[in-house]
Structure formats: structure tokens, C-alpha cells
Design a protein around this ligand. Sequence first.
Ligand SMILES: *Cc1c(COP(=O)(O)O)cnc(C)c1O
Length: 412
Amino acid sequence: MAYLNENYLKLKAGYLFPEIARRVKLFCDGNPEAAQRLIRCGIGDVTEPLPEAACRAIHRAVDEMGKRETFRGYGPEQGYEFLRTAIAANDYESRGIDVTPDEIFVSDGSKCDSANFLDVLGSKNKIAVMDPVYPVYVDTNVMVGNTGDANGTGQYPGLVYLPCTAENGFVPEIPAEAVDIIYLCYPNNPTGAVATREQLTAWVEYARRHRAIILYDAAYVAYVRDADVPLSIYEIEGARECAVEFRSFSKNGGFTGTRCAFTVVPKDLNGYTESGEAVSLHRLWGRRMSTKFNGVSYPIQRGAESLYSPEGKLQVQTLVDHYMGNAEILVNGAKAAGLTVFGGVNAPYIWIRTPDGLGSWEVFDRILNQANVVITPGAGFGGGGEGYFRISAFNSRANAEEVARRLKELKW
Ligand SMILES: *Cc1c(COP(=O)(O)O)cnc(C)c1O
């Protein structure tokens, strides 16, 4: 008899995006005409084509693979030196941040890395997540057995939920209790909030005091426009001793379907054995990657490298400007519709309070039926998301304008 990992049975079946898809299909089947004008602002996936620099670099690399003289087999598990050097120089050294190429691990995605990092962490950690939360952080902790069964409100005992509210600017307060692992994501999905230098400093000080680790997800860093918002957790003094940083080419280079990301594990970062002995997590993560991963394909790493070339940087900026132009249109449309709006300034997500205290799924149904627009109900991101909904700015300009127009016509 083959036993299974029963932790998977604790996962809630009605996962957010399948439930959205179910409701959208039901609506479209019943309203074929309205289905024609449906606009999707739900899932956070990019819509615009790859930057030309990336396409050319990938083509060139494929041609190299087709010739005996330039063919390459397995690459280094940690990623090619050319890409790690480009990352260190452009994302860190250029901003005076101390991260070296050998502290960078190239991978096929930040979602995967944030999940896989649990491999090198023990099972006795007290884990804190933001609420609302990117569901991957919660579900991956459920899968490895770090939680009990979900309770009536859908929260898992064993996790510490840190409320992110309009009052605290969607940046959680430092908890009174000691936790060991803290997931932070800024710019934030789903709220579009950013954390200030002071707020991140308080978290780094907390983590150092408790010998805790911050898992810092900076997937949306390219969208930061305010000059005083930190672009990396390592801009904060002491973060090299307490933080891992996840970055991805998905949202800046439009690589969601191309797949390339990286994780920074500083050599100053330790975890502890039960007897209290400090051990380098850089060493453990390196071991994990070389055993369980064989690297990102050579052409894709060349594509990622090209995003750091002068033309690649310009093209990434054009992409980001496009989505942030959408965000501005959506923010203005939602405000003109009388809604209370957050985010959309340093992130491609607009986080909107449901009017009249309506439930977020109720608002989802109303916007789908009246405006034929798919949004994401806040409740899908946990209890703290109830009372809000998210609109994604990942769309064509014409769709963003049309959604803004339809929002203004909604009758609540
Ligand atoms: C999109 C996204 C990522 C990127 O994931 P990839 O696996 O690199 O595509 C990471 N974190 C959050 C919160 C995201 O929304």
C-alpha cells in the first residue's frame, strides 16, 4: 500500500482561480453575447510580448546550441556566471548593495523558489504570513506539514497571520510574539502597497533580535516609482544576516511563460540546529539546488541576461510604463466611480474597498454581470482580503480604458 502525504488533504479545494474560472464559465455559457465583451483583469499574468532584446538573445542562443562548436549540455546548477554577474552588477552593485554573484541562484521561478526554500528550513519554525497573502506561501507550508487543519474561517493553526489593513498601510505591525520565519512581499500582491525604509528596518531589527529569517519576495520591484522606496531588502543594514530575497523576470521582462528568476542567499545568513549551532543556509541551498535542480536552459538565461543590456533595459522600462499607464487609468476610473482605492502607484495591482460593506464574491458577481469584467475577490487572498477586490493592470491599453469606463457605469 502506498501512503500519501496527507498534508495535501488539508488544502482547501475551492482554490481561488478555479472558482473564478467556474463562475466565469457559468456566466459566459448563460450570456453568450455578454461573453463577447468579457475583459479579464483577474489573474496576474502579463499580456504584452517579450522584449525584442530577449527574443534576439534567445534565438542566438538556440543557434549556438545547434552547432557542435558552441553546443552546451548541463549548465551550472546555480546558473551561468554571465547571468549572475549581470544581476549582481545591475540590481545590486549599481545601487551600492553588497550582493556577490556567488550569492545568486538562478531558477525557473520565484513561486517555485519560495516554495522550495522550505526544503532547507526545519519543521519547528513559527511561521508568519501577511493577511491578505499570496496563497502560495500558505499552501506550501500546509504541504510540508507546518500547519494543522484549516479552521472555519479558512486559516491554518500553526501559522501566524499578520493583519495588513488600510490603517497600517498594508504593512504588518511587528508582532509581540517571537516568530522564526516571516514572509514579506513588497511591492505587494494583492494590495499594491510598498514598505518604507523605516518599516523594513523595523522588520530587519526584529528578525535579528529573534534570529528569525525574512523571506522577501520582490517580484514586482520594477514597478516602484517613488525614489525613496527600497528596491531590495539588502538596502537595510543587517539584512544580509536575516533575509533571503526572491526576484523574478516574470513581471519586468514578461517572462511568465519563459521562466527565469533568482534567489539571493547571503553568505552571512545562518539557520540553527536544535542544539543551537549556526549553519550557513547558503551552503544548504546550494546543496539543495545541485541535487534537485539542473538549471534553467541556456537560451533562457541568455534571454534574461539581455534584459540588462542598454536596449533590454529600455524595453523593460517601456513594458513597465505600459502597465503602469494602465494602472493610472484604472485608479482614476475607480476613483471617479466613487470607490476607495489603494495601490496602483508602485505596483501593477489596484486594491479597492468593496462599497457598502459588500462581500468580495458578491462584488465579483456584480462586476461580472453588470460590467462583464473579471476581477479578483479579496477573500481569495485570505480573511484579511475580505471587503476588498483586486484589479490587475496587466492588460492592453484599450482594455484598461474600457474597464475604467465600465467601472464608472456600475450601479451598486
Ligand atoms: C508573479 C509573482 C511571482 C513570480 O513568480 P514566478 O514563478 O517567477 O513567475 C512571485 N511572487 C509573487 C507574489 C507574484 O505575484
